[in-house]
Design a protein around this ligand. Structure first.
Ligand code: IVH
Length: 689
């Protein structure tokens, strides 16, 4: 018969919770452990024993709850009591960027040159995932992602597994409500250590710390999140009730530190643009030695009353700005050059480098683009080369430091001589056509490298969207001759897959389901998935819209193809060549026989719709729609979406963190819309222009 816990047991459980959380704070936040591990384990076990015996003793803020519960099917939506804002990015990466922000703030506040300087708080822009932590009566009750700023996902279980996040505030009495906002991130050393362990057990490593952090928080199974070494920094607040907020941002961060949150020490408060400029420079000098990646620095007006006065524009406060750094460049030694074979047989020279730390990651490979580029830069093996990496872009070799060239340099780069005129993967002849920059393997789908790339492209998110078909798996499927063409994918069963390396029954089942689900698609996706040379996503859409059916497209000759707007002789010839190949027609027939379906329509020579003839450029993050969704709505209404702003652009739809495209649109006097404006335009009877 279970008995109710005694008052003494209630008191003991509360004391244990408080003591364990004190040790957690000392260990995770202060990095100064206060007791030996064995002692900590003893306290933890005592608490767990009590809770097991008397479930009524269990509370939401118990440290035993950090292990998380059962896996979820999906995350529940959470509406933010106060929207989670984003920050505008200053695109000028020089000190002038900081001065421009100060000038904007002063202007908005109506200050003249003789008025005193503004106080600013400068801090780091952490590269992770924004999280809102809601505490009610001092207890963590909800952790949510930012989502679209209005509504995020409930990731409370996962957030609880992060040792640095307090389950209870160190405030007495606790505030009725306090939402603390900050960034979940992964330290570089934790990332490296985690990946080492993953590799040791033959599991896939994380791509970079930011993806690691973001992916971990969005795991449905908290047991997985718990294995990931995550950290947290607080940088602001959301809803606050029953808590006296300090009058400045700098003091607010201090206060958050006092009640148990990790707050980054790399920050400063000072007056005027000079404070910002010197912070930007001093962080630039130390960026590589920080224990985590940053995405720039953030400046905020320090006084909260001035923040309120400055207000917002769209989703961005006028009182804050993110200031980035130029792409990073580092020198290293070129050890060798490999040739990679792409989907369409393109041969790309890839530099094999002495590992070098640049832009937050260790780079060992960098693209040399093509033969002409490599020769133009006169890159030789043994040279000291300059490597650049910006954001998520593939690292590239930008040049050679000739002053460091060895006395016996390698010969000038000659791709054909290097390969003996043969594809390094399949041995077919290689060729470079007149006027083309690239050498290509002539093996077509006979070449395993091309076949693998073609399959990966076919399965990719914007094509057939088959989740779980990654490069390691495709390597095995092609190398073991299980899959030769995309049509073979639809013959795969769980059994064949489960026998492959690193394939558990469950993932095999999931993949078979994903393949099955991909059968319902659209004509545009299908055309894109075929991987026809020179046919990207946009051209695939144009072709689908123009011809309406795959048979009409296959029957079209080059002249007919060129009637499609934006299709010139090069694209027309690639498409015609592709369908002239009996093998390709056969694969299409097999795919249809396997049950692939899409809606076919009547050919549509001209596009009608309320946005017909209008060109849009999308930039920044919209509050509700993703950029793809907004683009789809525009195209469905007959409009065109382009990637760059020019005089021909009719509208720029700008969201949060819109950068240079917005600036350019303003310069050119192009109409700028926010998401609401776009919706109004879509819903209106005429475009009004
Ligand atoms: S403040 C007032 N401070 O940057 C604006 N954000 O575009 C609210 N971020 O999603 C954010 N470091 O995840 C702020 N020191 C910092 C930050 C920071 C990184 C991220 C945040 C947000 C994005 C804003």
């Amino acid at each position: 018969m279970p008995t109710i816990a005694t008052p003494e047991q209630f008191r003991r459980a509360a004391a244990l919770r408080a003591e364990i959380e004190r040790h957690n704070h000392a260990y995770y936040v202060l990095d100064a452990p206060t007791i030996p591990d064995a002692e900590y384990d003893r306290l933890f076990e005592e608490l767990r024993g009590l809770e097991r015996e008397h479930p009524e003793l269990l509370t939401a803020d118990s440290p035993t709850q950090r292990v998380g519960g059962a896996p979820l099917d999906q995350f529940a939506p959470v509406r933010h009591a106060v929207p989670m804002l984003s920050i505008e990015t200053e695109t000028d990466t020089t000190p002038d960027g900081a001065r421009a922000f100060d000038a904007r703030v002063r202007k908005k506040l109506g200050l003249g040159p003789d008025d005193p300087e503004i106080d600013y708080a400068a801090e780091l822009k952490f590269d992770g995932l924004a999280i809102s932590l809601r505490y009610e009566d001092g207890v963590l009750v909800c952790g949510a992602t930012r989502g679209d700023g209005e509504t995020g996902e409930d990731v409370t279980q996962n957030v609880r597994t992060i040792g640095q996040i307090p389950l209870r505030l160190q405030a007495d009495p606790p505030p009725a409500v306090l939402e603390v906002r900050g960034e979940v991130y992964m330290r570089r050393d934790d990332f490296e250590r985690y990946n080492e362990r993953q590799r040791a057990v033959g599991k896939a490593p994380l791509v970079n710390p930011r993806n690691g952090a973001a992916g971990s928080i969005r795991q449905l199974d908290p047991a997985l999140t718990r294995q990931r070494p995550l950290s947290f920094f607080a940088y602001g607040v959301g809803e606050v009730r029953g808590f006296e907020l300090p009058s400045t941002h700098g003091e607010l961060l201090d206060a958050l530190g006092d009640i148990g949150f990790p707050v980054c020490a790399e920050r400063t408060v000072g007056c005027g643009a000079p404070t910002l400029v010197s912070f930007h420079a001093s962080i630039a000098a130390r960026r590589d030695t920080l224990p985590f990646d940053i995405d720039g620095v953030v400046y905020k007006v320090n006084r909260r009353d001035l923040q309120a006065q400055l207000g917002f524009r769209n989703r961005d406060p006028n009182w804050a700005v993110a200031h980035k750094y130029p792409a990073q460049e580092r020198s290293t030694i070129l050890r060798g050059i490999d040739i990679q074979v792409g989907r369409t047989g393109k041969l790309t020279p890839v530099a094999k480098l002495e590992p070098v730390f640049v832009g937050g990651v260790t780079v060992t490979n960098a693209t040399l683009h093509n033969e002409d580029e490599t020769r133009r830069k006169d890159v030789r093996i043994g040279d000291t080369v300059v490597v650049r990496r910006a954001g998520d872009v593939i690292p590239e070799v930008v040049g050679v430091d000739l002053s460091k060239r060895p006395s016996d340099p390698g010969p000038p780069f000659d791709l054909r001589a290097m390969l003996g005129g043969r594809c390094p993967v399949c041995g077919s002849a290689i060729a470079r056509e007149e006027g083309e920059a690239d050498w290509r393997c002539s093996g077509g789908l006979f070449c395993p490298a091309q076949r693998k790339q073609a399959l990966l492209h076919f399965a990719s998110r914007r094509a057939m969207d088959i989740e779980g078909l990654g490069d390691k798996l495709v390597d095995q499927l092609v190398d073991n001759a299980i899959v030769g063409t995309p049509a073979d994918l639809y013959k795969l069963g769980v059994l064949a897959l489960a026998n492959l390396e690193r394939m558990a029954d469950k993932s095999a089942g999931n993949l078979v389901d994903a393949i099955e689900a991909s059968k319902r698609t659209t004509l545009a996706r299908f055309i894109f998935a075929l991987g026809i040379r020179n046919v990207g996503e946009k051209t695939a859409k144009d072709l689908a819209r123009h011809f309406g059916s795959i048979d009409a497209l296959m029957a079209a000759d080059e002249a007919r193809l060129q009637q499609v707007p934006d299709v010139g002789p090069i694209v027309a010839s690639s498409v015609a060549q592709f369908f002239a190949e009996p093998h390709n027609r056969e694969v299409i027939e097999q795919l249809r026989a396997a049950g692939l379906t899409w809606e076919e329509g009547a050919p549509q020579e001209t596009v009608a719709g309320r946005l017909a003839g209008k060109t849009f450029v999308l930039t920044g993050t919209l509050p509700v729609l993703t950029r793809d969704e907004a683009g789809a709505l525009i195209e469905a209404a007959g409009g065109k979406v382009s990637g760059s702003v020019s005089k021909k652009t009719d509208f720029v739809v700008a969201g949060a963190e819109a950068g240079s495209k917005l600036d350019k649109a303003q310069r050119l006097g192009i109409t700028i819309l926010d998401e609401a404006g776009l919706r109004a335009l879509l819903d209106s009877d005429t475009t009004g222009v």
